[in-house]
Design a protein around this ligand. Structure first.
Ligand code: SF4
Length: 385
């Protein structure tokens, strides 16, 4: 409902050199031929996009998978289709996700000439042993070479993805990863905790380790909850000492470099998704593309799992997503959007959370306190009506 007239684009590239051991994203290795056909289908889907109104494109996110597997020429084809169909805002943020080990100076300069002005590099850890355990293809040194090449190619807005609470990770190895990364002065860092997803090799390892632990035969595979909390606080303290501020539960930026695309998602700006499994939210309508690669390659770009969100769904999402940001949710905007005050819907929940010191109202906005951020999942769940 909010931000009408603006649209964000998400483009999914579902290919990787090899599957990481913790990953349940829609991505897999593929042949050059599959990638070529996929790109054709993707460009066609973009050109065929129909909407009831014309939108201004405020951000584009090329995500994956590993979009940096695309050659410079392939990226140019993709952007030709985007420019054929959409008019981009002059200040558009265009991010490409990249993995260390897949970038070259030639590729980076071709990406820049496509208008890509932000890179998001999946480092995850500065420790080669941890990278190996995760099943990543790169080392810290390879990352460094790629990062420097990105700077040399002129990229002035770079995010680095990091991952904490890894098996065997200690506070000091996480501290080292954070410090080495922050010393490179990236504009943005996303730091998420590892989540063990069903169906991944890590899930099997975890189940096995838990079984052994329950029989007193082994140590827990993952850091304890207390250690994880400590890692979270350490992240905030190290990154803020390097001039970065936390603007969302897991995201840190230098002032002015907060990710436009992600903020749009948390504010529920409409987005259109292209490519395998990509989700869209246009008005109150949510849908996604097929998750079946063969079907997509055959040209299936019909809308799947279409859901028409009710006002209640949208109110819940506004709170649930908006409170992830440190600025919180504006009471005034909520009332203008939904025609009801936040307090009339959530009065007792807000009072309860406020008395526990988990939430606060300030400057016409409701937001999580530091204590509320520490236990954000159960706090946010309170806003499901
Ligand atoms: S590079 Fe990313 S998308 Fe690809 S397998 Fe690894 S975690 Fe998954």
């Amino acid at each position: 409902m909010s931000g009408q007239g603006e649209l964000e684009l998400y483009v999914h590239i579902p290919f990787c050199i090899k599957k990481c051991r913790y990953c349940d994203f829609l991505s897999a290795p593929a042949s050059a031929y599959t990638r070529e056909v996929y790109l054709k289908r993707l460009c066609r889907q973009i050109r065929n996009f129909r909407a009831e109104e014309e939108y201004e494109i405020r951000s584009i996110f090329i995500g994956g998978g590993t979009p940096s597997l695309l050659s410079g020429d392939e990226m140019k084809l993709l952007f030709e289709s985007i420019h054929d169909r959409f008019v981009l805002d002059p200040g558009v943020e265009i991010t490409a996700e990249c993995n260390p080990g897949t970038l070259t100076p030639e590729k980076l300069s071709a990406y820049a000439s496509c208008g890509i002005n932000r890179l998001s590099i999946g480092l995850q850890s500065a420790d080669d042993q941890e990278l190996k355990l995760l099943g990543r293809i790169h080392t810290w040194d390879e990352f460094l070479r790629n990062y420097e090449a990105a700077r040399e190619a002129g990229f002035q807005n770079i995010n680095i993805d990091l991952m904490s609470a890894l098996p065997g990770q200690t506070i000091s190895s996480w501290e080292r990863t954070l410090t080495l990364t922050a010393q490179l002065h990236p504009e943005h860092i996303s730091a998420y905790s590892l989540i063990i997803e069903e169906g991944t090799p890590f899930y099997e390892m975890y189940a096995d380790a838990e079984d052994k632990r329950s029989r007193g035969l082994d140590q827990p595979m993952l850091p304890t909850e207390e250690t994880e909390r400590e890692m979270y606080w350490l992240t905030d303290s190290i990154l803020s000492s390097h001039g970065m501020h936390r603007y969302e539960i897991s995201n840190y930026a230098l002032p002015g470099y907060e990710c436009i695309h992600n903020i749009g998602y948390w504010r529920r700006i409409p987005y259109a998704g292209f490519g395998l499994g990509a989700a869209s939210l246009i008005g109150s309508r949510r849908y996604r593309m097929t998750e079946d690669l063969d079907a997509y390659l055959r040209g299936d770009d019909s809308e799947k799992d279409v859901v028409l969100l009710s006002q209640k769904d949208e109110e819940e999402e506004t709170m649930f997503l908006g409170l992830r940001m440190t600025e919180g949710v504006s009471l005034d905007e909520f009332r203008k959007t939904f025609g009801v005050s936040m307090y009339s819907l959530y009065g007792s929940t807000i009072e309860k959370l406020r008395s526990l010191g988990l939430i606060e109202a300030a400057g016409g906005r409701l937001r999580l306190t530091a204590k509320g951020t520490d236990v954000s999942n159960p706090v946010l769940a309170e806003f499901l009506l």
